[in-house]
Design a protein. Structure first.
Lengths: 259, 285
């Protein structure tokens, strides 16, 4: 996947500490990661491993305490439409219809009304919500809300889509459908996706690379390239072999602690 | 879309199931019937209490009803208050809505500043918290000194009564915006001051609206106090004058008119709210 010479995202020895009352929390320690354009990368780990912190640093919501986070070689200094975030709890604007939520970014960029509507409608179609264009978020199911959230960042021409456990709150059936839809969109648009999850299956099903992270302090344990052919069969022996290997890496810190 | 299919579903239900029509009729009448039970019981009690002369100071419902007609259109007693209802009601309404509008004019921007700007909060919040428990009645003497006897004073007191609910709900509304929405807006390219108009204001609308509704209700609530300041016109003035004249029938008429006017004005506000806040699942009064 070495099509571009400069990686789209480069995380160099990034650490992040938070001050929580008297305590210093080492959320992320010395993380280094480089992502090429078009890659689908999953960050996986138990809670407290720093995967969300790393994602939020890529988004520009947090600044690293040490090290640097670069996009196309330039420091990430704050949120930017080039990096779209999909939140676990959707974070849709409840007062806007589906169409206006998706058109929020284009409208903020100062596009004309007709153009905003055309853009929004294009992405409403992409996620199959034509029948709900004028519905409000509270009228939608969780799966539909997350489709709106995905369409919203795509409508804003995001090159890099950051997803923070986006399907974590959905039921199993809806989650599988959205995983398929996401892969379909990714393959058609050649976006770069960084996807945080705590499910090994989800990571193996989706990713080109699975970055395993471990807590206390949060750090990158290993970076695993998957060569399984797509579409992937979760019941295949190959899939299960990868699951075993990653499972062992994911739980490695437990045995270390026990020792 | 979903709404339209729901409406059509209801229509076919009505056409097919004519046998259960009385049932559907009851379902529609039920809220009205239930709402009338307590007032009717109270009316019956009032009737019994006054005809049996448990008290001689309160007129019967019939007498009050008769006086209400005279108060509204005249032709029965033809005294100083006959056919003056409209002018008193209009005088009170102008004070209620005027005072309310003035209160909103101050409370909304102050609330937004106190809610969003730490400096404004430190500057104004302690002062406002100390002023807030002082009831409107306590302000009456000072208001008469500051604004004189008459309409200006009434206006100021109504304004004061409506001010705090609008202020507090505005502060609450602009402060309790989900922080995720700011992140969502900024990653979509909406930053800085634009976030105030695109995120804070719409997110705070349900709270602000609740504040406006409570404020208008309180404006009606304090109108009698407001019109204790020696204004010649207004429902509050009528009640105060009728009290000194021992005209209890007139007092009760004034009370009923204030109640109904306040109720109707609240219904209008709720209807506007339900329209504007269609998006909010929790906002249906």
């Amino acid at each position: 996947m070495a099509e571009a010479t400069i990686p789209i995202v480069e995380i160099g020895r990034v650490s992040k500490q938070f001050q929580l009352q008297e305590q210093t929390i080492h959320a992320l320690s010395d993380a280094t990661l480089s992502i090429a354009k078009g890659e689908f990368v999953c960050l996986i780990g138990a809670s407290g491993c720093g995967k969300s912190t790393l994602l939020r640093i890529m988004a520009g919501f947090e600044q690293p305490s040490a090290g640097q986070a670069l996009m196309w070689g330039k420091p990430i200094e704050g949120p930017d439409p080039a990096r779209g975030m999909v939140f676990q709890d959707y974070a849709l604007f409840p007062w806007l219809s589906v169409r206006d939520n998706i058109g929020f970014g284009p409208a903020s960029r100062g596009l004309g009304k007709a153009e905003v509507k055309a853009t929004a409608d294009k992405f409403i179609e992409l996620v199959g919500l034509q029948a709900f264009a004028t519905a409000y978020p509270h009228q939608l199911s969780g799966g539909m809300k997350q489709r709106v959230a995905i369409a919203r960042v795509l409508a804003n021409d995001a090159e890099l889509v950051l997803m923070d456990e986006p399907f974590g709150a959905l039921d199993a059936m809806t989650r599988e459908r959205l995983q398929d839809e996401l892969l379909d969109i990714w393959q058609r648009t050649r976006l770069t996706v960084v996807f945080v999850t705590h499910s090994i299956e989800e990571a193996i099903f989706l990713a080109d690379r699975v970055v395993v992270m471990t807590p206390g302090p949060g750090r990158i344990e290993s970076d695993n390239r998957l060569d399984l052919p797509r579409p992937r069969d979760v019941a295949s022996p190959e899939f299960n072999a990868v699951r075993r290997v990653l499972g062992a890496k994911l739980h490695s810190h437990h045995s270390k602690k026990a020792a | 879309m979903a709404m339209r299919s729901f409406a059509s579903l209801r229509m076919t239900e009505g056409q097919d199931l004519t046998a259960i029509r009385p049932n559907a009729l009851w379902r529609r009448a039920k809220p009205v019937v239930l709402a009338l039970i307590v007032p009717l019981l109270l009316l019956a009690f009032w009737q019994v209490a006054t005809t049996r002369q448990w008290t001689r100071l309160i007129p019967t419902p019939g007498e009050v009803a008769e006086y209400m007609v005279d108060f509204a259109v005249g032709g029965i007693y033809d005294d100083a208050y006959s056919a003056t209802l409209t002018s008193h009601l209009l005088a009170s309404m102008s004070r209620v809505y005027g005072g309310f509008a003035l209160a909103a004019l101050f409370a909304l921007p102050i609330g937004m500043m106190v809610g969003r700007l730490p400096t404004a909060r430190m500057l104004l919040d302690p002062f406002l918290q100390v002023m807030r428990p002082i009831p409107v009645t306590a302000w009456l003497p000072l208001s008469m000194i500051l604004f004189g006897l008459g309409a200006k004073s009434a206006f100021a007191l109504v304004c004061l009564g409506a001010f705090y609910p609008i202020l507090l709900n505005t502060i609450f509304g602009v402060r309790s915006v989900d922080p995720k929405l700011f992140e969502a807006a900024s990653m979509l390219g909406c930053r800085g001051n634009a976030q105030f108009y695109k995120v804070v204001l719409p997110a705070a609308m349900p709270s602000i609206f609740t504040g406006l509704r409570l404020g208008l209700g309180l404006a009606w609530f304090v109108i009698v106090v407001g019109e204790m300041t020696g204004v010649p016109q207004g429902l509050g003035a009528v009640i105060m004058d009728a009290r000194t004249l021992s005209r209890t029938d007139l007092v009760i008429c004034g009370m009923i008119v204030i109640g109904l006017a306040g109720y109707l004005s609240d219904r209008v506000v709720v209807m506007i709210g339900n329209r504007l806040l269609r998006w909010s699942p929790s906002h249906h009064g």
